[in-house]
Design a protein around this ligand. Structure first.
Ligand code: NAD
Ligand code: UD1
Length: 327
């Protein structure tokens, strides 16, 4: 199915300066009035185009949220503490951002009668009992982050059921692409950086663990389908349906970069999920969404691009920024 067009809407993207959010903002801004609410804890203002209204504020702040959501037709909720280890260290703190503020947002959406699409995660499944994992599989998160995403996912469904609010939860698998940066960025950006620097590519464990890597451009398309579907009140896996081992990934990246990096192994990550792969058939059937970008071509284009995908600050004028502070 063709990617649906969204035009002439007033749209809020929370976490819009982040990796995934900023690509979504890029897709929306040409034909809509787009607002971004972000506290720039991991997001980067340089990721934002100039024709977007930026509210420098916190999703935990009800006033900032109220102001950002006033009069909107549609909300994409991406703001989150995305570091799983941070959620283990500080479960209450991550809960405030990942869950409590999400409830504030759903309430605000009710007042505005706005559709909501939320970023959920494959982390809701924990160690999957079946592969590929479908939306009906047992959910058994292994981190506070996963518990928070699961509760958000369930509240999203419930708001449709109880209040007739059109909502969709997208359970992303391992997303990669330009602008993924920082200490909590994924294995692909880490390996590319290591390969480019001709430093050892560091596999944690035996490298036979596997993931379903989905390109951010496909994730943006999934959001556009979710924003227009009639099949609301549902959660959808967003992946490719193909699993790749971390060892094969390391080799693909070494080849694509032409690097001389050795591939080395170190201690496995405590509590690491062994295998993760999406049964992507529900999104295909009900949303009309199928991932289009294969891992090899996704990596090749990432390697060929300038690297982080950061906007050239000289070429983009400063976005229209409002100021909010969280107290
Ligand atoms: P990211 O860290 O790049 O983006 C998160 C954004 O939220 C950042 O711009 C950050 O500054 C902002 N933010 C954080 N706390 C905030 C707060 N309290 N108030 C306002 N803004 C705040 O991460 P990402 O990879 O783009 O993730 C986006 C969403 O997708 C998150 O909800 C994440 O849990 C989910 N997700 C990502 C992946 C992945 O593989 N990247 C997988 C599953 C789910
Ligand atoms: C990722 C997401 C998480 C999301 C989950 C959903 C990131 C950073 N995290 O977690 O938000 O909820 O998917 O499925 O995108 N590895 C190495 N060497 C490295 C780095 C990683 O071998 O230098 C291995 C890890 O041990 C792991 C695999 O690569 O086995 C993937 O790690 P990572 O990219 O951090 O993602 P997940 O842990 O799957």
């Amino acid at each position: 199915m063709d990617t649906p067009a969204i035009c002439d809407e007033t749209i809020l993207v929370t976490g819009g300066a982040g990796f995934i959010g900023s690509h979504l903002v890029d897709a929306l801004t040409p034909h809509n009035e787009v607002r971004v609410l972000d506290n720039f804890s991991t997001g980067d203002p340089a990721h934002l185009p100039d024709d977007v209204t930026v509210i420098d504020g916190d999703v935990r702040d009800p006033i900032a949220l109220q102001r950002a959501a006033r009069g909107v037709d549609l909300i994409f909720h991406h703001a989150a503490v995305v570091s799983v280890s941070q959620s283990v260290d500080e479960p209450r703190r991550s809960n405030q951002t990942n869950l409590e503020s999400s409830l504030l947002l759903l309430e605000q959406a009710r007042q505005e009668d706005a559709r909501v699409v939320v970023a959920s995660s494959a982390a809701v499944y924990g160690h999957p009992e079946e592969l590929p994992v479908s939306e009906t599989a047992r959910t058994n998160p292994t981190s506070p982050y996963g518990v928070q995403k699961l509760a958000l996912d369930q509240y999203t469904r419930l708001y449709e059921e109880l209040y007739d609010l059109p909502t969709v939860a997208l359970r992303y698998f391992n997303v990669y692409g330009p602008r993924q940066q920082g200490p909590y960025s994924g294995v692909i950006s880490t390996f590319i950086e290591q390969a480019r620097a001709d430093e050892p590519i560091t596999i944690e464990g035996d490298g036979q663990q596997s993931r379903d890597f989905v390109h951010v451009d496909d994730v943006v398309r999934a959001n556009l389908h979710a924003a227009t579907t009639d099949a609301v009140g549902e959660a959808y896996n967003i992946g490719t349906g193909t699993r790749t081992t971390i060892e094969a990934l390391a080799e693909t990246i070494r080849d694509a970069t032409g690097s001389a990096s050795p591939i080395v192994h170190r201690e496995p990550r405590t509590g690491d999920i062994r295998h993760s792969g999406a049964d992507a058939s529900k999104a295909s059937r009900e949303l009309g969404f199928d991932a289009r970008i294969g891992l090899e071509s996704g990596i090749r284009s990432l390697v060929d691009s300038s690297g982080t995908g950061r906007r050239d600050a000289g070429a983009v004028s400063e976005p229209n920024r409002e100021s909010e502070s969280y107290s």
